[in-house]
Structures are given as structure tokens and as C-alpha cells.
Design a protein around this ligand. Sequence first.
Ligand code: URA
Length: 434
Amino acid sequence: MRMIDLIQKKRDGEILSKEEIGFIVTDYTEGRIPDYQMSAFLMAVYFRGMTEDETIHLTMAMANSGEIVDLSGIDGIKVDKHSTGGVGDKTSLALGPMVAACGVPVAKMSGRGLGHTGGTIDKLESFRGFSTEMSPAQFVKNVNEIKISIIGQSKDLAPADKKIYALRDVTATVDQISLIASSIMSKKLAAGADAIVLDVKVGNGAFMEKEDDAIALAREMVEIGNGAGRNTIAIISDMNQPLGRAVGNALEVREAIETLAGEGDKELRELCLTLGSYMLLLARKADTTEEARVKLENSIRDKSALRKLAQFIEAQGGDSSPVFDTARLPSASIIQEIKSEVSGYVCGIKTSEIGLVSLALGGGRETKESVIDLSVGVVLSKKIGDWTESGETIAVMHGNDPDKVSQAARKLLDAYSFSDLPVEKPSLIKWILT
Ligand code: URA
């Protein structure tokens, strides 16, 4: 097989076979196909797209390019949850303990954040001493004993995707639905779960800004998952404003704890209950989503989910005392209320800008090597549809550097827009694809 022939085939809109796609993935990963040929191929895919079969072949070839995690030592049906990423998305922090408290084994691999969206591991490091470094045997033991453990993502998980993604990033070929779907699903399939619940975000703070694109991406990922023998469901949820109120590592942990304590933001609770219901259903811990929701609500009411979070933090070497006293989380030295300069209904929030505000305060990574400040970020007092008087607080900023706080304050004010007319609140759950 010659790469030039395969580039030409894709350029001319022909369909590639499983063997041809396997050849491209293996030979590129092992360095026999140069970047310039792979770039040309990716651009041909960008314009010509891929069929469902081609996308599945690409996904499987990338998933099989490295380690396939074996979770067979864990009892029960392992259900993974994956979010396509958004601002203030602390769902995993609350959802993991909720479903674990209902008996679903949560065996999760997570990453760190880069840029303005935080990673789950960074957030969890708000608990002093918490670590995700452990042997696979310890990981399996923890999940069997307490139903939840989070381990750092193996370096050898889908290495083909890592190499191809890095090339897509510099060749303007990231935003192609089949390439995104296969990239995400290759890692999910290699991570070994039996079933997968996807939270595909849509809106100005998400990868997919348009609903049609989010539906197409969700559909492809569900097809890939089901095609690979893993029961897969996708929920499409709103990201036209940050999820919940808090953006920033320890602030998000605090909000997740509030949700587990039965307080806190209604939308975050609703998203956890919806995603969790499908996780319980796929794990066969409930026969209907209604029954699952009751179980999850009970885990909040009887505080078993909150206790599960504490147990999980302790099992991974962390100090769990903030679970019962959030004042013990890392906190910033400057807490500043940001006041609206106008009166009106909030009609828009530039979600990515809010993420950048947190990044500018020191809460995100500019490069892989950056050290992040866990205590900083922003808590929104006003969200879309809320009436705001001039001079009223729209957000509270937490920072440690006065210059950064004053620059970020302007950025935050500019991220809000107001209208004289009432504005409908966006619906949180847009679609559910089963
Ligand atoms: N996240 C991924 O892992 N891959 C993509 O292509 C896009 C987002």
C-alpha cells in the first residue's frame, strides 16, 4: 500500500477499507508515514468526511494502537461518563460519588486541564494530599472496595490519537465531526468501560456552537460506542453560559460539595441527576430512569453520596475534612464583588471569556508546565434571564494578585450583555440520544 494512493482516494471522495485505514494509523504512529502526507490526508478527510464504517475503523485502529485497559477485575458493569468539555463543568466531582453510592462501579481515568477548561484531577487536588498516582492493582482494589477511584490517564492510551491530534491542532483539521468523534471514542474504548454516557456540550463555551453539529457529533459517538459493543448514550447539554455558578478549581469543588449536600445550583444538580439516571440504567442498577433518579436523590438526601466523596478522597491520600467544612478548601486573599454598570436582563454571557477570566487569575494552565493556583476563579451571581440593577453584583472574583484581579474584572464585565426586554433562560438538557 502507498500513502499517496490513499490520499488520492480520499481526495476524490472514495471510501477507504478497514485495512487501508489500519495501514494509515499504524504506519503514521510508527513514523513510516511523514507528517506532510498525514496532513494532506487529514485535510482530504476534512473536506470529504468519512462514512460511518470508515469512522469506526479509524476509531478502532487508534484505540488498538496502545494499551487497552483491563477492568475485568472490577465487579459489576463499569459505566464511564465523558464530557466534551465546558466552562465550570464540575459534574464528575458530584456525579461520581452519587452513582458510586448507588452501587455503580466508577473506574475513571482523568486528565489535567489545559487552557481555560479545568481538568478533574486539578480540581481534586484542592484536597490536600490527594493523588491519582497508584498501581493498576490498587485502582482495581479501591473500586471493588469503595466503588470509586480516579487514576491519571495512562501515557500509552491511544498513542495514535495523541500524535494525530497534535497534527490536527496545527493543520486546521480539528473541527471535523468524524475526526473528533473517533478521537474521543478511541480513548474511551481503550479505557475499558462496559458502557458509556456522553455529555456533549453545545453553545458558545463548547467545541460545538450549533445544535445540529452537536447532534451529529453525539450521533457518531453513540454509533461508534454501540458498534464496538459498549452500550452508549449521549446527552446534549447547554454551554451558552458556565455550568452552575463557580469557575475555578477549589470554587468548583465547593459547588460540587454543595450539590452533594443537597444545596447549591439547581442546574448542576439536574445535570447530575440526568446523567446519573442513564449511568444507573446502563449499569442495571435501575429498570427505568425514574427509578434511577429516586435512588440518586436518596443518595443526596441521606448524605451517602457526600460520605462517599470523603471516603474516596481518603482512599487516595487526601484530607477529606473540606467535604464537611468547605472553608477548609484553598481560598484566595482578594475577594471582590463585580458590579453591573447598567440595568437590564442578562441576555448573553461569553462563556469562553469567563473561562479565560479564571485562567487570567491563575486558575488555568497556559502551557503544560504551568503551575495553577487552586484558590482563584469567579462565582457568577447573575446568569442568563436574571434581572440586574445597575450597581448590583453580577459576580464575585477570587484572586491573589491585585493587578490580575483588576484586569480580569474588566474582562468579566465585557463578557456580559444586557437587554431591556425579559429573556428566557436557556434549557439545560437539549437532547438525549439512546
Ligand atoms: N477532544 C478530543 O479528545 N479529541 C478531539 O478531536 C476533540 C476534543
